[in-house]
Write a protein that binds this ligand. Structure first.
Ligand SMILES: [Zn+2]
Ligand SMILES: [Zn+2]
Length: 244
């Protein structure tokens, strides 16, 4: 009996490794084989970066402008800068939906790999940063089984050779989802929703999230972290969704 169990275990490990190696050789989007990246070069061209982003908050604008957007000038955000790798349009919205709601966790690694060039372009000058995922309330995490921002931040940290921590802040309010709320309601929905560690390291922190829309959530988290003593707080998201 024991022998059968151990053989079954061995076989399952063998199959898992086989599947992993196969996945590496096939693009997750078109299933084309041959490349070493999770998303092939041809499919990568369908993932478009946000156009003319504001240098501070990362919002897309009609034309490029060296000056931050009007909203940032009127009321600067608490974070020092926010950047997103891609626009939240097809197929990116579909991929992120699969990761979050379809339990396709393998997308986290693929997205982190695809977003790495944008991350490095934005934050290569930041010395010894710590990547921190936007925390999920424990009731929600229990229900979903994972926090996609954690998976993304951990993978991105590995690719970028940076530090990762999910111990520096936590979500203390189980706020309803931001989807469908306007800018003002989004802000009040997340107000005082986070708590930061009393022993924050003095290194720059980069908040990682899957999607940033108005930036209310990451701004509130940045406010909490700065209030707790963080000196520099940046934001990086895989995708940027426009409000309209
Ligand atoms: Zn492909
Ligand atoms: Zn702005």
């Amino acid at each position: 009996m024991e022998d059968i169990i151990s053989r079954t275990k061995k076989l399952s490990t063998f199959l898992r490794e086989k599947v992993n190696s196969l996945q590496l050789k096939h693009c997750l989007l078109c299933l084309e084989s041959g490349g070493s990246a999770h998303i092939c070069t041809a499919c990568s061209t369908d993932l478009t970066p946000p156009k003319h982003p504001c240098s501070r908050c990362g919002v897309s604008r009609i034309a490029s402008d060296a000056v931050p957007c009007g909203r940032c000038l009127r009321q600067p955000p608490h974070f020092d800068a926010s950047t997103s790798a891609f626009d939240y349009i097809f197929p990116m919205n579909h991929i992120i939906g699969q990761l979050k709601y379809g339990d396709k966790r393998y997308w986290a690694r693929a997205l982190a790999q695809a977003a790495l060039p944008a991350f490095q372009q934005a934050y290569a000058h930041i010395s010894a940063p710590i990547l921190i995922p936007v925390p999920m309330h424990k009731s929600k995490q229990r229900k979903r089984g994972f926090n996609q921002a954690e998976l993304l931040a951990r993978s991105l940290a590995r690719y970028a050779n940076a530090k990762y921590s999910n111990k520096l802040c936590r979500r203390i309010k189980a706020s309803p989802p931001q989807t469908g709320l306007n800018r003002k309601s989004r802000r009040s929905n997340v107000k005082n929703g986070f708590e930061a560690s009393s022993k924050l390291p003095q290194q720059p922190l980069i908040i990682i999230d899957d999607v940033v829309t108005t930036g209310s959530t990451v701004d509130e988290l940045a406010r909490t972290l700065k209030q707790a003593g963080a000196l520099e707080v940046y934001v990086f998201s895989i995708a940027r969704r426009s409000m309209d």
